[in-house]
Every structure is written in C-alpha cells, then in structure tokens.
Design a protein around this ligand. Structure first.
Ligand code: NDP
Ligand code: 5RP
Length: 302
C-alpha cells in the first residue's frame, strides 16, 4: 500500500485483519510507523517496498489524484517486473488512468483502477469497490477486494476494462453531489421557517426510519446536526476535488443532460463567493433600467 492517509491507512487495517501480508509506504514516515504498529511491514522507500514483495506483486496506490499519483507511477514502474499489478484506488480521472495503463502495459504490468467509496467509515463498514481492468487479474486479486468490501460477495464488482472503474466512481460522486445538495436545500428551507422553530436534527432522525428519503447521507445529516444544530462553527464554503467537474464535462462530451448534478456542482462554486460580481451586476442593471434601489457597502439602501 502506497499512501497511508485517511483511506490507505484504514484499508491496510482491513487487509491485515483478513490475514494478508501488507507492505506499507508513505512519504510521511510517521504514517508508516503507525501502520507498522498495527502489523504491516514498513518500507522506507519505493525501492524498499518493491524488494519486500515477491513477484507477481500487487501494489495499491491510495494517493491524491493528479501529480502525486502520476509522479509515484513514474518512479514505481521501472522498479516493477512483468506480471506485476498496480491498483489505483484513488479518485483519478479515468482518462489519465487509460493513458497510464497503456504505458504500464509496455512493461508487461497491468493497471487496475479501483473506484473506492466509503470514506473514513470504510474501516468499520467496508469499502465499495468498482474495479476496472482485465477480468483474469480481477479474479486473481479477488481475495484483496473481498477483504476490503463490506461483505464476502457484495460491495465489489468488475465493472469493465481499465478506466471503467474510475469512470463509474466519477459518476458515483456526481450522484453524491446531487443527493447532498437536495438534503442541504431541504434543511435550509426548514431552518428558514422561523415561526415553527423546527428541530432539524430530530426531523432528520425521524426521516431515517421508513421514509422514502432515508439514506446513509441522511444518517450523516443527523450526526452533523446533533454535533452542532445550527452549524455555527462552520463557514458556508464547500470544496470539490474533481469528480463532479469531470462528470459534468463527460455529460457535455456525450450530450447527456445531467442538470441536477451540474447545478449541485455550481452551488459549490457559489458557496465560495462572498460578494459575487454577477450579483452586483444584476443589482446595478436593475438600478440602471428601473431606478431600483441598491445596497452599497457601508450605506443604507439607496
Ligand atoms: N477521504 C475520502 O473520503 C475518500 C478519498 N478517496 C481518494 O483516495 C485517495 C486518498 O485519499 P485520502 O486518504 O483521503 O487522502 P490523504 O491526504 O488523507 O492521504 C494521502 C496520503 O498519501 C501521502 N502521499 C502524498 N503524496 C505521496 C507520494 N508521492 N508518495 C507516497 N505517499 C504520498 C500523504 O502524505 P502527506 O500527508 O505527507 O501529504 C498522505 O499520507 C485520493 O485519491 C482520494 O480522492 C476515495 C474515496 C473516499
Ligand atoms: O470520493 C469521495 C467520497 O465518495 C471523497 O470523499 C471525495 O473527496 C468526495 O468528492 P469531493 O471532494 O469532490 O466532494
């Protein structure tokens, strides 16, 4: 396992519990030390990691997508042998994955892209795995997928050729954006209805049982609202790390409308703007054509 952060570190634990021998590496030596304390074999470098595994090797990357994954692959590949397999469990763009697979195959190395879902809860609940790559490699490595998945025969699947795993995970995350946005809008509306003084955590908890909209994300709504009912400790600022953008880009490329996912991405962009220029221009134009009052910073309505 290369990358022992929130995901990789926990995944090593599940693999160890299932009886696998795991060699662990991270650029952060503290992460390696703490993973070793759980029973993994620590590697001091990529060279060390490769020498501690016997061929045919299975090397799982759980790194931030983009440069860290690309750089690591470039350093790793010359160290590996024909017949080895690299598994990328991070949220990489499927097109990058397809390009990398081609380069690896020149050296007789197979790349398997494993779209992985479960977040920090995967340690206890198991991870959903969407696996792309050769069917025979999937079958050979199935014991690894079984150890990580929620159940012996569920929660993991060979979804298609290399690239398909990351593609399916990309769409999964697009759906995730939309579901999250729907809950966010519904709860904002209820929070605004001051005359009813609604207890949002209680309502979310009620919806968990029997309701059409019950879900794991709703369970997490309850958890967040119980911790801080008005979310007063948080800024209304929502990041994204790529999958939503790629989903929308793909919908444009395929001319498949995904309006709900698209709007949920745009809402994240909006959340980062304290004083959007576009909204200022709207106010200015109303003022220009209709003489409608505007608010000016530091002044009353004018
Ligand atoms: N967190 C989540 O909910 C989920 C994340 N993912 C994906 O899984 C991947 C990992 O995510 P996550 O565990 O959350 O990320 P983290 O940032 O928690 O962990 C990444 C780890 O990789 C280390 N690292 C960075 N660059 C290198 C490198 N070149 N070589 C070796 N180690 C390196 C980091 O060290 P350092 O801290 O020193 O930088 C860190 O320990 C990402 O692609 C992410 O998108 C997928 C599903 C869910
Ligand atoms: O893959 C995940 C969950 O399924 C990761 O948590 C991912 O980071 C979520 O996407 P974003 O950062 O764009 O919200």
């Amino acid at each position: 396992m290369i990358g022992l952060g929130r995901m990789g570190g926990n995944m090593v634990q599940r693999l160890l519990v299932a009886g696998h021998r795991v060699v662990a590496y991270d650029t952060n030596q503290e992460a390696v030390t703490s993973t070793c304390s759980l029973g993994a074999i620590g590697a001091a470098s990529l060279e060390d990691l490769v020498s501690l595994l016997s061929p045919p090797r299975a090397v799982w990357l759980m790194l931030p997508q983009g440069q860290p994954t690309e750089d690591t692959m470039q350093l790793l590949v010359p160290l590996l042998s024909s017949g080895d397999v690299v598994l990328d469990g991070g949220n990489a763009n499927y097109k990058d994955t397809q390009g990398r697979a081609e380069k690896l195959s020149d050296n007789g190395i197979d790349l398997m892209d494993v779209g992985t879902s479960g977040g920090i809860w995967g340690l206890s609940e198991g991870y959903t795995l969407m696996v792309g790559g050769k069917e025979e490699v999937f079958q050979r490595l199935e014991p690894i997928f079984q150890a990580l998945a929620p159940g012996q025969d569920r929660g993991y699947n060979h979804v298609g050729p290399v690239g398909a795993g990351h593609f399916v995970k990309m769409v999964h995350n697009g759906v995730e954006y939309a579901l999250m946005e729907a809950y966010a809008e519904g709860f904002e509306l209820m929070a605004a209805k001051e005359e009813f003084n609604l207890d949002l955590a209680k309502i979310a908890n009620t919806w968990r049982y029997g309701s059409v909209v019950r879900s794991w994300l709703l369970d997490l709504v309850v958890s967040a609202l119980e911790d801080d009912p008005s979310l007063s400790d948080l800024e209304a600022y929502v990041e994204d790390s790529g999958e939503g953008r790629w989903t929308v880009q793909e919908s444009i490329d395929l001319a498949v409308p995904v309006p709900v996912i698209t709007l949920s991405l745009l809402q994240r962009f909006r959340s980062r703007q304290a004083q959007p220029f576009g909204a200022k221009l709207l106010a200015a134009l109303r003022n220009q054509f209709g003489g409608h009052p505007v608010r000016r910073s530091g002044h009353d309505d004018d």
